[in-house]
Design a protein around this ligand. Structure first.
Ligand code: URA
Length: 240
């Protein structure tokens, strides 16, 4: 939002009056006086008027979490514990998820209070790869690889799934790499193969970021600068 609109809204004054305050040098933005009445204000920026804080600065948070079984990928729930219950941070109420895992699934979950960042990770156009290890209740047929690559029609959503990579590691263990994240996608894809059910599903990679070995179920930590920078690179796909 433009600075003059932000001040007009917060102080409930007209835009012209807000602009006058800015041009009179009464306003600071991100710690410095500004006369740029059209500069963009985000929820992370401190804004003061006449020495009074109108909005405090908010740190940008980018966290990874190892989700254990039984925890809901949500920020609040009446019945179940959520990923937010596992995080001990003063600003955790500002966080939201960049993609979900089912309650029974485990592995890498990313959280942030930067909506642009989470939006870019989950946007269908960006096709950020996610990788999962699965165990099935029965041997996986060899033709499953071609079926995953072709895509499965999902009539409820009116789509066909994008080509996915299935690597069979053992008769009942496989790695699946997706370019999207539809509701119960991997379970539904396996179910189309003669009703195969999953015994476990574990996400160990999102884009360039692998779940670190040292991060145990239930633990979380901030992303490092290098990890964050890696997401800014154009995604490289292993899927045709
Ligand atoms: N696909 C699923 O079916 N479940 C998950 O948790 C993630 C992908």
């Amino acid at each position: 939002m433009k600075l003059e609109d932000f001040i007009s809204k917060r102080l409930q004054i007209g835009r012209r009056s807000a602009r006058a305050l800015i041009l009179d040098g009464k306003v600071t933005h991100r710690g410095a006086p500004t006369e740029d009445h059209r500069c963009e204000v985000t929820r992370f920026d401190e804004v003061t008027v006449g020495g009074k804080i109108l909005q405090s600065s908010l740190p940008r948070l980018y966290l990874m979490l190892h989700k254990p079984v039984g925890i809901l990928s949500a920020t609040s729930d009446r019945e179940h514990r959520t990923v937010l219950d596992l995080i001990d941070h003063p600003d955790k109420a500002t966080l939201h998820l960049a993609g979900r895992l089912d309650r029974g699934s485990t592995g890498l979950v990313l959280l942030s209070n930067d909506g642009q960042w989470t939006g870019s990770l989950t946007s269908p156009g960006r096709k950020v790869e996610k990788s999962y290890l699965v165990e099935t209740d029965r041997p996986i047929p060899a033709e499953a690889m071609a079926r995953f690559a072709e895509g499965f029609p999902f009539p409820t959503e009116g789509i066909t799934t994008l080509p996915a990579l299935l690597e069979i590691l053992e008769p009942q263990r496989a790695r699946v790499t997706l370019q999207e994240g539809r509701y119960h996608q991997i379970k539904r894809m396996f179910h189309r193969l003669d009703g195969i059910r999953l015994r476990s599903l574990h996400r160990d990679r999102i884009g360039p970021l692998s779940l670190p070995e040292g991060l145990k179920p239930g633990q979380w930590r901030p992303l490092t600068g290098a990890e964050l920078d890696a997401f800014a690179e154009p995604p490289s796909s292993g899927i045709d």
